[in-house]
Structure formats: structure tokens, C-alpha cells
Design a protein around this ligand. Structure first.
Ligand SMILES: NC(=O)c1ccc[n+]([C@@H]2O[C@H](COP(=O)([O-])OP(=O)(O)OC[C@H]3O[C@@H](n4cnc5c(N)ncnc54)[C@H](OP(=O)(O)O)[C@@H]3O)[C@@H](O)[C@H]2O)c1
Length: 332
């Protein structure tokens, strides 16, 4: 792998803009190419971020010889197909969350990356946010004792639009896959895989979850209470309680820059922990480090964690009677 990591982006929507801006702030990388289904849109995007090449179809970028790693930023329903296409063209991949719309897709992507000895990571930027790192260090050091209870939510009110990726089932709509994944990831990261799972949801007219509430029980008797919604503006905070104290991850907890540590018998300790750029610089740095060291997975966000996360989400989906079938990008 050469010294400068050459990135490509597939799917030029909202998140692609934020990510491209952060690539410009990152060390040792270039945004080499971007691809949209619309050539004019790709050209406009490229002009905005000083990108060398732009493509009016995704496959052309996947086949470009001058790209090392592709960031996939389309709706969830196409993550698997596009990850596969990039890996088959010898590209490393950073795929937006979720890695697939179900565990089967996530596993297939992981298996393919491993068999081709190529890097693959799910775009769970939360794992690399400096405040998350501090929270994990605090837990590890025993600052709040043994974990006993987690409460985390993610909610915003979005006008119902059956065509939008948030509500359209064929695009992978629903709050669980889009934002419920963050509270669930936090509980998986800190408490591991639960012993028992309960969940309930309010379904939309498009047959996806507009709101979803989840309860996890753990073997060590800890409990997690997690929820997500597109139907209300909820605090979007996380509280991690231990036997000797607690940590609050302030709004929006999944990329927070502020935590409050509360230790038994002591006053609250507020810590400001800024992230760089829009917050994606840290996950970009992780990909750079992995690629430069010839790794096919991140130690901080290993394939095992993405695999468990997708399995856990499948368990929740089963509880709320929701399932998705694989879909190809050219079916639209
Ligand atoms: N990490 C984060 O903080 C974060 C935040 C928001 C979203 N996300 C993830 O990023 C992904 C994209 O989210 P977004 O908010 O950027 O979505 P978006 O604004 O709707 O953009 C998605 C892009 O995907 C492409 N696309 C391909 N097929 C499509 C289809 N049939 N319908 C609509 N778009 C299609 C389009 O790009 P072209 O027209 O250029 O082909 C579109 O602009 C999602 O998987 C989401 O989970 C992550």
C-alpha cells in the first residue's frame, strides 16, 4: 500500500458530503474519485472537493485502478451488493452502517473480504470518537465499578415520506437499522452479547419501525434499555451506570464531545472532549493506519463485532416481526 491512501466515494448524498469534507482534513489521504448514478451530480460534487475523477456509474469507480479504498454511502439496501462489487475489484471498503440489511449479508461481506485478504470495516464512527474512547477507558479502569444498567436513545421527528430512505422498506427503511443501531452498538461494546432480548415497535404504513424499544438482559444481570424513533425528538443521550458511579454521554451521544462522570461520594466531573472536523476524521485515521499496516480489519472495530451487531439486530427484528430481503441497486 502506498503512503498516500487514495479514496473513492460511492453514493453522493448527505453523509458523503460530510465525509468528503473530513477527508480534506485528514492526513495521508486523497479523495481520488467519486461516483453517482448521475454524471452531472458526480461532476458537481468533484468540483466542490477538488476530486480528481468523477463517474456516472458506481462500477466504473469500483474498477478504477487508482483507488485504494471505497467509502459506500448509499441507502442500506445496497451496502452488501456494492461492498461485494468493490471487493471483487480488489478495493478495500469502508461501508456505512449497517454492513448489511441482515446478518446473512454482513457475514457474506466479511467472508469475501477475508477470502480476498482485503480490508473491510463498517462505518460505525462512534467507536473512534475521542469521547467514546474515554468512556471505554473509564469503564476499563473500574472508575464506575461493574456495569449494571445502560439507557440510551436516538430519536428525531421526520415527516413521513414513503419514498425516503428512512421509511421506504425496499431501501432498508426503519428507525432500528438507521439510528437504533447506535444504542445497540453502545450496549454491545460495553456489555457484550445479551442473554435475553425483548423488543416492541410502532410500525409505519410502509411496514417498517417508526419507533422501536429494546430491552437486553445480560448473564451478569446487567440490563440495557434502548430505543429509537423517527416520530419524536428524544434526548439522544446515553447513561452508563455501574456499581460505583455513572457516565452520561451528552446529546448526541453517538458523536458526543461532552461526558459527565459521576463517582459515588464525589461531585459531577464534566469533561469536554472535542472531535476533529465533523467527527469522521477519527474513523478515516483508523482506516489509514490499518491499510498502511496491511491489516484486513480494525482491532477496535473487528469483523466479529460487526457480525455480532448484525446478528443482534436480526434478533430484535424477529421480536418486532420485521425482515428485509436483499435488493440490487439496478432494481430501482
Ligand atoms: N455515519 C453517520 O453519521 C451517518 C449519518 C447519516 C447516514 N449514514 C448512513 O449513510 C447512508 C446514506 O445516508 P444519507 O443520509 O447520506 O442518504 P441520502 O442523503 O439519501 O444519500 C444516499 C445516496 O445513495 C445513492 N443511492 C443509490 N441508490 C439509491 C436509491 N435507490 N435511492 C436513493 N439514493 C440512492 C444516492 O447517490 P447518487 O444519487 O449520487 O447515486 C443518494 O444520494 C445510510 O446507509 C446511512 O445509514 C451514516
Amino acid at each position: 500500500m502506498q503512503n498516500n491512501i487514495r479514496w473513492g466515494i460511492i453514493g453522493l448524498g448527505k453523509i458523503a458530503h460530510k465525509f468528503a469534507a473530513d477527508l480534506l482534513h485528514s492526513e495521508g489521504v486523497t479523495l481520488q474519485g467519486v461516483a453517482s448514478r448521475n454524471a452531472e451530480k458526480a461532476a458537481d460534487f468533484a468540483a466542490g472537493y477538488h476530486v480528481k475523477s468523477h463517474y456516472g456509474d458506481y462500477r466504473a469507480l469500483a474498477q478504477a485502478p487508482d483507488i485504494d479504498v471505497v467509502y459506500i454511502a448509499t441507502p442500506h439496501a445496497f451496502h452488501f451488493e456494492l461492498t461485494k462489487m468493490c471487493l471483487e475489484n480488489e478495493k478495500a471498503v469502508l461501508c456505512e452502517k449497517p454492513l448489511g440489511i441482515n446478518g446473512r449479508e454482513a457475514e457474506a461481506s466479511i467472508d469475501l473480504a477475508r477470502s480476498k485478504n482485503l480490508f473491510l470495516m463498517e462505518g460505525l464512527w462512534t467507536r473512534f470518537i475521542p469521547a467514546t474512547e474515554t468512556v471505554l477507558d473509564l469503564i476499563q479502569s473500574g472508575a464506575i465499578g461493574d456495569l449494571i444498567f445502560i439507557r440510551a436513545d436516538f430519536g428525531f421527528k421526520s415527516a413521513f415520506d414513503p419514498e425516503s430512505r428512512l421509511f421506504n422498506k425496499t431501501l432498508g427503511g426503519g428507525s432500528l437499522l438507521d439510528i437504533g443501531i447506535y444504542p445497540i452498538f453502545l450496549s454491545l461494546l460495553t456489555l457484550g452479547y445479551p442473554k435475553n432480548i425483548k423488543a416492541t415497535a410502532r410500525m409505519t404504513k410502509t411496514a417498517v419501525d417508526g419507533s422501536c424499544a429494546v430491552l437486553f438482559d445480560y448473564a451478569n444481570s446487567a440490563v440495557a434499555v434502548l430505543d429509537s424513533t423517527f416520530e419524536a425528538d428524544t434526548p439522544t443521550e446515553a447513561y452508563i451506570h455501574g456499581t460505583r458511579g455513572s457516565i452520561k454521554m451528552h446529546k448526541q451521544f453517538h458523536h458526543t464531545e461532552k461526558i459527565t462522570l459521576l463517582r459515588d461520594g464525589m461531585g459531577p466531573e464534566v469533561r469536554d472532549i472535542p472531535h476533529l472536523g465533523n467527527g469522521y476524521v477519527h474513523e478515516i485515521d483508523e482506516v489509514t493506519t490499518c491499510l498502511k499496516n496491511g491489516r484486513i480489519e480494525s482491532e477496535k472495530l473487528p469483523h466479529r463485532l460487526s457480525s455480532e451487531l448484525s446478528r443482534l439486530m436480526d434478533d430484535v427484528k424477529k421480536e418486532i416481526g420485521l425482515s428485509y430481503s436483499s435488493r440490487m441497486v439496478n432494481e430501482r
